[in-house]
Design a protein around this ligand. Sequence first.
Ligand code: AMP
Ligand code: FES
Ligand code: ZN
Length: 306
Amino acid sequence: MVICSRCKSNEAITRIAYAKMNLCIECFKKFYVNKLKKTIEEYHMINGEDIVAVAVSGGKDSVALLHALRNAYPKLEVKAIHINLGIEGYSKHSQEKVEELAKQLDVELHIVDIRKEIGISIDDFKKTKFKGKMCSVCGTVKRHIMDEAAMNIGANTLATGHNMDDFMTFMVKNFITRQWNQLVKLKPVVPPLMSGMPKKIRPLIKFPAEENMLYCYYTKIPVNEVECPHSKGAKTLEVMKILNELFKDEPNMKYQVLGSFLNLISLLEDAMKEEGVIPCRKCGFPSKDGLCSYCKRIELVKSISK
Ligand code: AMP
Ligand code: FES
Ligand code: ZN
């Protein structure tokens, strides 16, 4: 039996390779919540007066984030946002899990059902030129609605559950395709793009997917285990698989590469200050040419569904 390196009494259930520790269930949960606090403090993500909206999809990362954030800062004003994307065989189940968790944690939950509120679903994009890029168009819609929902509930901070693997994957993808303007957006904290919009924080930037999964498992919180039908074969998943293989025997290297990327991003950012943005004529959000990407996509899908 391997003994926990922290309490030296219970049986260890996991090895945290980069920290060279074996941890039991209770010590792992404490380690996770402490690591979250340290990350939030390191990047000055939250101050005492902030009202934080956590975007909860129902997947392991965002449910772990909401649960651990409540544990780490019991006095912080936290609300949850869930978007029902109208994806057949997936969205209903996700919403149920988020409702269950919010009830368990006694957190105010705001649900945006895009079929009811906008009159479209993500599945409708299958009939458009975006049919081969469902995750990408869904991302544009989600980002817009998350910002809008956070503003509607009076939150000045929007927290999402992007994990370390998500970051590494986006970084590598944008690096290879030279999407420098996308690369500079990959930061732990993104200040509001326009006044009135929330600041964005990604407190799980240093949490590999497995740690979030373990936290959900050992805290027994409700998680949606159904996979989104549109994610099959997505390019990002392929990149993620390759990266996981690369770092399999060198878990420390993952942190080093993440650190190097974050350095590179701040250098890049200085070199290319964000191009000017103007308000979208339809929704008022930032846009390059007067109509934001979200409004362009909603107009398109509505014109096809008529
Ligand atoms: P994804 O874009 O699916 O990788 O999700 C990244 C993050 O966006 C999640 O960790 C959540 O914080 C948030 N998110 C994704 N989908 C939803 C949703 N349907 N409702 C609320 N938040 C979401
Ligand atoms: Fe957006 Fe799957 S959740 S395409
Ligand atoms: Zn717009």
